[in-house]
Design a protein around this ligand. Structure first.
Ligand code: NZQ
Ligand code: ZN
Length: 401
């Protein structure tokens, strides 16, 4: 009996079920119409501020849909850090035009907003009720969603999540639901050739954070998943700088694109699910300051690591430093851990050239208390190291220099 008790605490039970069909590569557009037609004839295409027009993708998609005799409706202007008003508009359009399927063409913001439009189309209440922490209306149904990804970062193309901002309440809130999983996602690395070096860097920081949120974990490890995660981290560290230097390097864009999906599609947290830390903290920062999500994470993450590092957590940092950055395993543990965090800082701030402090992105102490309180939801964030409001405030202070 004792033996089994030990086994039970090692690895959480989990269900593996990732049903998003992925069309990966540069010649997959021929599959778009057949994929959409599975769900009907009336398509709502959603997109952001116009990058898809500049890269010629808009024309290709519209032509394919119209040539197939399908009815196309459009909603453009979805903002980075997408707003609830865009979601409301989209849900309303779905109802008015009897939409059968939504086609999100863009980055995480467009896909996230589309997920809540799809869910909002199936209810009578305001879509914000899905997110509002005092309501959390159930998501029991959503219209089918297909995506064409244009920016490797969030993994929204293959995950259940979405994050929506409400400028009126200064909230930015995420929610997961299997109903919002895309039915199919088109991942063509050439669609990311025009992503700027800055957005490429922010995307890399975001993907890394998705992996860190799982890798730095108190549960005993599934060694197989740790190796997988270390491989993904090395992939990002290798290819993000190449994509920044050579935007049309297919190999680099392809490696980043597939990593963005696998960093958050649910595979790596099988067996080691725990609440995340840096994401809830960053979401409160971008809720107020509207900064790019990956940039906020880049500033916060190394400080969070420094704050979490102690005798009880050092082994994980050693594993990270030795396996990902190749730091000499013979050095004292604490030294390896500090070197690992320094190596991460060097990657984020020197190689990716992201800004390193809050003041550099226009953030001062004014909102520290409220952001910290909201990020722990008034209690404790039970992630890698339990954090309360005062802890998050200290992490914010560390971001000042
Ligand atoms: O709006 P357009 O004109 O398309 O321009 C966008 C936008 O300005 C541009 N862009 C996208 N593809 C491009 C391109 N520019 C040139 N060429 C292309 N091919 O990039 C800018 C940023 O786009 P956005 O969609 O906002 O970026 P990202 O994909 O990083 O999404 C960020 C949002 O996703 C949320 C974040 O909080 C943030 O709101 N997240 C969603 C997650 C999820 N669904 O699971 C998890 C993440 O942790 C994250 O929280
Ligand atoms: Zn993220």
């Amino acid at each position: 009996m004792q033996k089994f008790k030990h086994i039970f605490i090692m690895i959480n039970d989990f269900v593996y079920n990732i049903p998003v069909k992925v069309y990966f590569g540069k010649d997959q557009m021929k599959n778009l119409v057949p994929e959409l037609k599975k769900y009907g004839n009336r398509v709502l295409m959603t997109y952001g501020g116009g990058s898809i027009k500049k890269i010629g993708l808009y024309d290709k998609v519209v032509k394919a849909i119209k040539d197939a005799g399908m009815e196309l409706f459009e909603l453009s202007g979805i903002e980075p850090n997408p707003r609830i008003d865009s979601v409301r508009k989209g849900a309303q359009m779905c109802k008015e035009h009897n939409i059968d399927v939504l086609l999100a063409v863009g980055g995480g913001s467009t896909i996230d907003a589309t997920k809540f439009m799809a869910a909002g189309a199936c209810v009578d209440h305001d879509p914000w009720d899905f997110l509002d922490l005092s309501k959390r209306s159930p998501i029991v149904k959503a219209l089918p969603i297909v995506t064409i990804l244009t920016l490797s970062a969030t993994g929204s193309e293959m995950d259940q999540g979405g994050v929506i901002s409400n400028p009126e309440t200064k909230d930015k809130i995420g929610r997961l639901s299997p109903e919002m999983l895309p039915k199919a996602s088109f991942l063509d690395p050439t669609n990311t050739f025009t992503v700027s070096p800055y957005q490429t860097a922010c995307g890399a920081a975001d993907m890394l954070s998705h992996i860190f949120e799982v890798y730095f974990n108190n549960n005993l490890d599934l060694y197989m998943l740790d190796c997988f995660m270390e491989g993904m981290m090395k992939t990002i560290i290798k290819y993000a700088p190449i994509a920044m230097r050579e935007p049309d390097n297919y190999e680099a864009r392809a490696n980043l694109m597939w990593t963005s999906s696998w960093a958050i599609n649910g595979f790596i947290d099988g067996g080691k699910r725990q609440p995340w830390s840096c994401h809830p903290i960053e979401h409160e920062v971008s809720a107020i300051y509207d900064i790019t999500h990956g940039l906020g994470l880049a500033i916060i993450t190394p400080r969070w690591m420094e704050y979490c590092l102690d005798d009880t957590t050092v082994d994980k940092f050693v594993q990270f430093g030795v396996n990902v950055f190749g730091i000499d395993a013979k050095l004292p543990k604490m030294e390896i851990a500090h070197k690992a965090i320094d190596a991460l800082k060097d990657f984020l701030f020197n190689t990716l050239k992201l800004k390193r402090t809050f003041p550099e992105v226009g953030i001062d102490e004014t909102n520290f208390a409220i952001m910290a309180k909201k990020s722990v939801n008034g209690g404790t964030l039970n992630g890698f190291k339990p954090l309360q409001q005062k802890d998050v405030e200290k992490i914010f202070e560390m971001c000042m220099k």
